[in-house]
Design a protein around this ligand. Structure first.
Ligand SMILES: NC(=O)c1ccc[n+]([C@@H]2O[C@H](COP(=O)([O-])OP(=O)(O)OC[C@H]3O[C@@H](n4cnc5c(N)ncnc54)[C@H](O)[C@@H]3O)[C@@H](O)[C@H]2O)c1
Length: 323
């Protein structure tokens, strides 16, 4: 049985990945500073090191006997990153530098990295393939691009014949819009993404807002690719299998390949909650591209993975989880 370290394993996505990695027969250890994570999300028999990954010595010790790392620990709010770019560079870029250094010191062989569709910014075409230009629109997206560069550079350096460190086998997963919950206690407690925002507005007795209904899309509202967090967790297991079985350098979009508009999400929420949510149209927000949909050909061909769950599954499971 191989042992894997999950950074950010007490987070929304990490908690799902932890369960699926264990179900795949791996032992899991978590490092999480609980800045946004919840210890209640972690199964009681999983070891949690309650420290920051910025402490390289702590990470190095945590890597003892570890085959691979799923690196999820990061700050993820786009708006906050615009207000506090240094925080995002310190945590996300500094965290990645610290982790890669510790992995090199410990000779850890495998890495699966949580990247994001935010690396693409406003892409010139849709669906977006992995070869599309990387033009992030926020400090958050910039830190995710830099994270990918750091992984690539660390792997290149470790592949040189002059180094005695084992090569690094890695995959970056560029998640699209993650939604839903695999269990009622594993919901997304942050209110950054559309479905939690709509459910949060309803909780507070307010009408959810649709930012812009004059985009060049089929119904005028923005189109995004929503991916169920349980499908996403399964993609991590497929990526872990790949990086463990061969020496790879891989980048994959993780989405459904199907776009849903904001108005379609509102309709799905109305159906699940059993009443019209009474969404109101307001002005566009700055920096929202009209359409972001993943090309999922590469991940289907190379990982044999595809999303199984629908938008309704995402909304219903988020609602059951209270978000
Ligand atoms: N949720 C999304 O829609 C989405 C989309 C694309 C990419 N991502 C990426 O997925 C990853 C996980 O996101 P999430 O939605 O689960 O967020 P989350 O905030 O729920 O989880 C992040 C976890 O990392 C921990 N953490 C943060 N900084 C840390 C540090 N320095 N040391 C140790 N632990 C630290 C937090 O306590 C938390 O448990 C992030 O890297 C995020 O950028 C998320």
């Amino acid at each position: 049985m191989s042992r894997w370290l999950l950074t950010g394993g007490a987070g929304y996505i990490g908690a799902h990945v932890a369960r699926d990695l264990r179900a795949s027969g791996r032992e899991v250890v978590i490092i999480d500073d609980l800045s946004t994570g919840l210890i209640s999300r972690v199964p009681a028999d999983v070891t949690v090191i309650e420290e920051s990954i910025l402490d390289t010595d702590v990470v190095r010790r945590a890597l003892d006997g570890v085959t691979g790392v799923v690196h999820l620990a990061a700050k993820k709010a786009v708006g906050e990153s615009v207000d506090q770019p240094m925080l995002y560079y310190r945590e996300n870029v500094g965290g990645m530098v610290s982790l890669l250094q510790a992995m090199e010191d410990a000779g850890t062989r495998c890495l699966v990295y949580s990247s994001s569709a935010a690396v693409y910014g406003e892409p010139p075409w849709s669906p977006i393939s992995e070869d599309s230009p990387l033009q992030p629109l926020s400090p958050y997206g910039e830190t995710k691009v830099i994270g990918e560069w750091l992984v690539r550079d660390a792997a290149a350096a470790r592949s040189h014949a002059s180094t005695s460190v084992s090569p690094l086998s890695w995959a970056s997963l560029r998640y699209f819009n993650v939604a839903g919950a695999g269990a009622p206690d594993l919901g997304d407690t942050s209110v950054n993404n559309l479905i939690p925002m709509v459910l949060d507005a309803l909780d507070r007795g307010q009408a959810p807002q649709v930012f812009g209904t004059d985009y060049p899309t089929h119904d005028g509202s923005c189109v995004r690719d929503y991916i169920h967090v349980s499908d996403l967790a399964a993609a991590h297991v497929a990526a872990a299998d790949l990086v463990e079985s061969a020496e790879v350098a891989a980048v994959f979009n993780v989405g459904t390949g199907v776009g849903s508009s904001v108005l379609e999400v509102m309709a799905a929420v109305s159906e699940v909650v059993g009443r019209d949510v009474g969404a109101v149209a307001v002005q566009r927000r700055a920096g929202d591209p009209p359409e972001l949909v993943a090309s999922v050909d590469r991940i289907a061909a190379e990982l044999g993975w595809s999303a199984q769950r629908t938008l309704r599954d995402m909304v219903a499971s988020a609602y059951a989880a209270g978000r």
